[in-house]
Design a protein around this ligand. Structure first.
Ligand code: SF4
Length: 353
């Protein structure tokens, strides 16, 4: 098990539930817009939010935002130990630095010593885009081993100062390299891990890559906090992060929708029934999500796998020739005509919720 750190009121590692974080994409100097986005992220289910702090003006704004932010705030700092120190004075709940670009080891030491004084954790964020030159030369390029060595060196350096309040991320935009780096690091070190796939991109590709990159690690028991990286509105990152946690059973909320792929045995228009049901489920899924509850609804095409799958769902239908058996909590309720399946399922769901 990893050791534990505390970011504001959120525990990371040490068996705490996997938390969801995101990053604002407003200009941090625009205090109003940034606070508004933080509220939207919080409403969507985000638990920790990171803000870019590129200069002194942004550091000042960070302090103002901190006074009324609805979530614990992490300051994202590159190239400047002075800014890292400044945001800690402004009340940062965590600071993210990249040892590859913060400067000399003395500068890293000054950041660690300030964090120790303030009692806040530091995330060491190693990224495939900014690995130290000496490691690129040693490994003949950016590799999982180079990423891990960079992270381990930074952890050892921090620990040599007696600073253990650390979270590590080792992100790559390459799913295989990302997986190899995180699994190797977690076999060597008990520092809690912030897991993500960096620069996943946009649209469906980004969603698929993020689900694979983050989901594969979580299924292997690796990852204490997650951040999905999508180009665009960060609220979408939080929604996808929640879905990933729900799909792998770590934080199941909303409706888990199951439908069969159809085959030569299907004797109803299953794609149309499944699409209608899925659409109608959306508001109920949102309600369950807000209540932190979940259920499974199954739409199955025939008597082969249908009854079994529908019985193990909370509510389901197993179809036959132009008809469907509605099954609720394992019990057959009734047989209905194909055109009535969606209506009857939704009316039964209404009673259950
Ligand atoms: Fe085919 Fe039946 Fe399986 Fe659907 S449940 S894929 S119809 S065998």
């Amino acid at each position: 098990m990893t050791r534990q750190v505390k970011v504001g009121n959120v525990l990371i590692g040490g068996g705490a539930p996997v938390s969801i974080q995101s990053m604002t994409n407003t200009d941090t100097r625009d205090i109003f817009a940034t606070l508004k986005q933080i509220d939207a992220l919080q409403e969507a289910g985000c638990q920790i939010v990171r803000l870019a702090v590129p200069d002194k003006e942004a550091a000042f704004a960070f302090g103002e935002i901190k006074k009324s932010a609805s979530l614990p705030l992490v300051a994202d700092i590159h190239f400047s130990a002075d800014l890292a120190i400044a945001v800690m004075d402004m009340g940062a709940d965590k600071v993210r630095i990249n040892p590859g670009n913060i400067g000399s080891s003395e500068k890293v030491a000054s950041v660690l010593s300030k964090a120790k004084e303030c009692g806040i954790p530091i995330r060491i964020g190693v990224n495939s885009g900014s690995v130290e030159e000496r490691l690129i030369e040693k490994y003949g390029g950016v590799t999982a081993d180079a990423l891990v060595e960079s992270a381990i060196d930074a952890v050892k350096y921090a620990e040599s100062f007696g600073f253990e309040d650390i979270v590590v991320s080792i992100k790559s935009s390459d799913i295989r390299m990302n997986y190899d780096a995180y699994t190797k690091f977690s076999s060597l070190c008990d520092v809690p891990l912030h897991v993500g796939l960096t620069e996943a991109g946009i649209g469906e590709d980004a969603r698929r890559k993020s689900a694979l990159g983050i989901g594969s690690l979580l299924l292997a028991g690796i990852g204490d906090t997650i951040r999905v990286s999508l180009t665009g509105d960060p609220v979408q990152e939080v929604i996808l992060a929640k879905k990933i946690l729900s799909d792998i059973g770590l934080k199941r909320t909303g409706i888990n929708f199951v439908s069969c792929p159809t085959c030569g045995r299907t004797q109803v228009d299953l794609p149309s029934i499944a699409t209608q049901v899925k659409e109608k489920l959306e508001p109920y899924s949102d309600r369950l999500e807000r209540a932190g509850k979940s259920m499974t609804v199954a739409v199955m095409g025939c008597p082969v796998n249908g009854p079994g799958e529908a019985r193990s769902a909370d509510l389901g239908v197993a179809c036959g020739k132009g008809v469907g058996l509605i099954i609720k909590k394992g019990e057959v309720l009734c047989k209905v005509q194909e055109e009535d399946i969606c209506r009857v399922l939704i009316s039964e769901l209404e009673k259950m919720i």
